[in-house]
Design a protein around this ligand. Structure first.
Ligand code: KG4
Ligand code: ZN
Length: 349
């Protein structure tokens, strides 16, 4: 099926995606949470520019993202980021094939900034606009600067979502399971807060865990159906363990390492089962938590057992606009129905 889009003013038809053999340059924005980002990507894989302005320092003092502050900050930054993405790519806006923006899921006020910026550019330059689903885009981060291709089993682990997905082709996918409560990144951030680590907790906990004894505490693994996940019980178990110690004596590194061990074991076990069930020996990691050192290590070890394992470069794991451009190119047909939908997302506070 061809992915045909109309230009907004002249109504010209433009075919987007790998089936159109002509070069396509997509300019994308991403503002779903606390990163203001813009990028230019050629044919879904070659990154011509990738600009990310992080708001971490602004939200740090609150211990989590404040949606209203995030939206206002996106407004302050979006034009600068767009200008830089254009400059770095060395292109003229007239050369762009289509504009894309994250349509959801995300914080509504934040999403609207990047989405409307991309829509405005599409009107000004009379090029198609493509609304992109943020989760699909995390999966497509695996195509950036690589020749990795479907079919594969994808473990999508971010601050807001945890899904095990069977990617059959660029435009056909099946969600095998997801979390019943907290997302993996959310669990990392909450446990990091229990251990009094700074925001964002995930990377700090990852670092601390490297100094700890992963066998000191046996935290429970949730008992849920084959491909679903649950992390809220684990979080409570960590809280109970912390309470066994006086505030100054909490063995933070050992708790971090033991927590990381059970999380990474669970993720790998479920992914292996999905691979066996689907008869696919090919894994991809996606989402911010795919930057985690222990999860990466455990998955890449599977290469010794004949698996092909892929993960995006670190800068493409956490939120960025290059993955949005890639998703607009590779599976714009998956998202056609979604492009006006704006989901709400749990704030970490
Ligand atoms: O994909 P992402 O940038 O934003 C969402 O779409 O949610 O993911 C952010 C999440 C945060 O929860 C952050 O703590 C987590 O990814 N994260 C990590 C690591 N780097 C980022 N979690 C564990 N270990 C890491 N190295
Ligand atoms: Zn994300």
């Amino acid at each position: 099926m061809k992915n045909l889009f109309k230009t907004p003013i002249s109504g010209k038809i433009v075919e987007i995606g790998p089936e159109n053999k002509e070069d396509q340059i997509i300019f994308a924005t991403e503002t779903s949470c606390d990163e203001t980002a813009a990028a230019v990507v050629l044919n879904g894989r070659t990154v011509l520019s990738n600009i990310v302005a992080s708001q971490i320092d602004i939200h740090k003092k609150y211990g989590g993202v404040i949606p209203e502050i995030a939206a206002r900050q996106h407004l302050e930054t979006i034009n600068l980021v767009i200008e830089e993405a254009k400059e770095k790519a060395g292109i003229k806006m007239q050369d762009i094939t289509a504009f894309a923006g994250t349509a959801g899921p995300g914080l509504v006020g934040a999403l609207l900034v990047g989405l409307n910026a991309a829509k405005s550019l599409s009107l000004v330059y009379d090029k198609p606009f493509i609304g992109v689903n943020h989760l699909n885009a995390h999966v497509c981060a695996n195509y950036l600067e690589s020749d990795f291709e479907p079919p594969f089993i994808c473990l999508l682990i971010s601050g807001g979502h945890t899904q095990l997905i069977r990617i059959n082709s660029y435009s056909d996918q099946e969600i095998l399971g997801e979390t019943l409560d907290d997302a993996v990144g959310e669990a990392y951030d909450k446990v990091a807060r229990l251990l009094d680590l700074p925001y964002p907790g995930g990377p700090c906990l990852d670092k601390l865990a490297r100094e700890g004894d992963k066998n000191r505490f046996k935290f429970p693994e949730a008992n849920v159906t084959d491909f679903d996940f649950s992390f809220s019980g684990l979080k409570t178990a960590v809280l109970r363990t912390c309470k066994d110690f006086s505030a100054d004596d909490i063995p933070k590194a050992d708790i971090a390492a033991s927590f990381q061990e059970v999380v990474s074991e669970t993720l790998l076990k479920k992914a292996l089962k999905a691979a066996e069930n689907g008869n696919i020996k090919k894994f991809a990691l996606a989402g911010g938590v795919a930057a985690n050192s222990e999860i990466r290590r455990k998955f890449f070890l599977q290469q010794d057992k004949g698996f092909i394992v892929h993960a995006p470069e670190f800068k493409f794991c956490t939120d960025n606009a290059a993955m949005i451009a890639s998703a607009a190119y590779f599976n714009s047909n998956v998202m056609k129905e979604l492009d006006t939908e704006v989901f709400s997302r749990k704030s970490p506070l």
